[in-house]
Design a protein around this ligand. Structure first.
Ligand SMILES: NC(=O)c1ccc[n+]([C@@H]2O[C@H](COP(=O)([O-])OP(=O)(O)OC[C@H]3O[C@@H](n4cnc5c(N)ncnc54)[C@H](O)[C@@H]3O)[C@@H](O)[C@H]2O)c1
Length: 333
């Protein structure tokens, strides 16, 4: 089968390429079940935040281009059985600085991906939405049907991503699956730039001996998810061609505060870590925790990688990436 991954040179995308290729060769990633159908992977990425080095050693076909360009979409989607649409302009603060680009890439880009899938009769499209769509609704855990109150242009654009996907399913008879990812972390996630996610920002600061930058008092909580669990789930979704008429949380109902995360990092590194509190960031959601009932009904056999194990894996990756390229192989270029 042929699978196209938009944004496949990015953090989640490249980990997913690796998981798909392993599954196609008969190996289930992290003990999770997969099919053994040979899988051919095509990546469509404009390398705006992804990088070719993320794909080194992976036997994928690379189409360098934008999801906003029909020619690039046609070149990659022809003959595809499934599309995993991850290409986006991620980051809440980045969207606050540049909301029009967030809208263009995340909302208009999704419409162009869905239309290209329709042109090429792809029939199965999996997309990445985000827990940020829950926004300021304080209820925990987050059930998919609760009222959504996006707090940032990024969250609004991700709501557009999932809403268009569900609408294309009912209008054009496609099988689609819109996942809401919750704070995904792990190897290949860039650390040393202004829009870095919290786990790589903390791990990089700890390894460099810098104070850990905490926006606010650190009591904010997140449902952290290993990228290996996300990649295994995306792989399983395309192998079994799973669709669902409404968005699905991809997380496991855990809730870890930033201070607890730092405590675990201190335990693993065996030393106390200095902290530097900064003002809370606009658009940041205070607490996040998934209700996983819908996920379990579709993917009950997926076993998540536990947080301590996933954090150890992230630390080990960042140490080896820095040893291989001390000038900053984890930078956003
Ligand atoms: N990382 C998380 O915790 C998280 C949480 C919720 C949702 N998501 C979603 O998951 C997806 C992947 O995120 P990620 O963390 O891997 O980010 P990433 O920045 O590493 O990946 C995004 C990829 O999309 C590519 N891209 C951007 N604009 C493009 C365009 N116009 N055409 C083609 N490619 C383009 C980038 O070059 C990059 O490779 C995104 O849709 C993001 O919104 C991520």
């Amino acid at each position: 089968m042929k699978v196209v991954i938009t944004g496949g040179a990015g953090f989640i995308g490249a980990n997913t390429c690796a998981a798909l290729l392993r599954a196609g060769s008969g190996d289930g990633p992290h003990g999770n079940p997969t099919g053994a159908t040979p899988i051919e992977v095509t990546v469509l990425d404009d390398l705006s935040s992804g990088r070719m080095s993320n794909l080194s050693g992976l036997d994928v076909t690379m189409v360098e281009g934008s999801i906003l360009d029909d020619d690039a979409l046609d070149a990659s989607f022809a003959g595809a059985d499934s599309v995993i649409h991850l290409a986006a302009r991620p980051s809440v603060p980045r969207s606050i600085a540049d909301p029009v680009t967030a809208h263009t890439v995340n909302a208009t880009g999704t419409v162009m991906v869905l239309e290209a899938a329709r042109r090429h009769d792809v029939g199965h499209v999996v997309v990445a939405s985000s827990s940020s769509v829950y926004g300021s609704n304080p209820t925990l855990p987050k059930t998919e049907d609760m009222t959504l109150r996006p707090m940032s242009p990024y969250a609004a654009s991700k709501l557009a991503t999932e809403t268009y996907t569900v609408a294309w399913a009912s209008s054009y008879g496609m099988d689609t699956l819109a996942f809401r990812f919750f704070n995904v972390f792990g190897p290949l996630q860039p650390a040393d730039h202004v829009y870095a996610a919290v786990v790589p920002a903390f791990v990089a600061a700890a390894l460099d001996g810098r104070p850990l930058p905490i926006n606010g008092d650190g009591s904010q909580s997140r449902d952290f998810t290993s990228v290996h669990t996300v990649a295994a789930t995306l792989t399983d979704a395309v192998v079994r061609r799973v669709g669902h008429p409404a968005p699905v949380n991809l997380a496991f109902g855990t809730r870890t505060t930033l201070l607890e995360l730092i405590g675990e990092l201190e335990r693993q590194l065996g030393r106390p870590l200095e902290r530097e509190h900064r003002p809370p960031r606009a658009g940041d959601v205070p607490h996040s925790q998934a209700d996983q009932t819908r996920f379990e009904s579709l993917f009950g056999h997926i076993t998540p990688v536990p947080l301590p194990e996933a954090l150890a894996d992230t630390i080990a990756w960042m140490q080896s990436a820095r040893a291989a390229d001390p000038t900053g192989s984890t930078d956003l270029h």
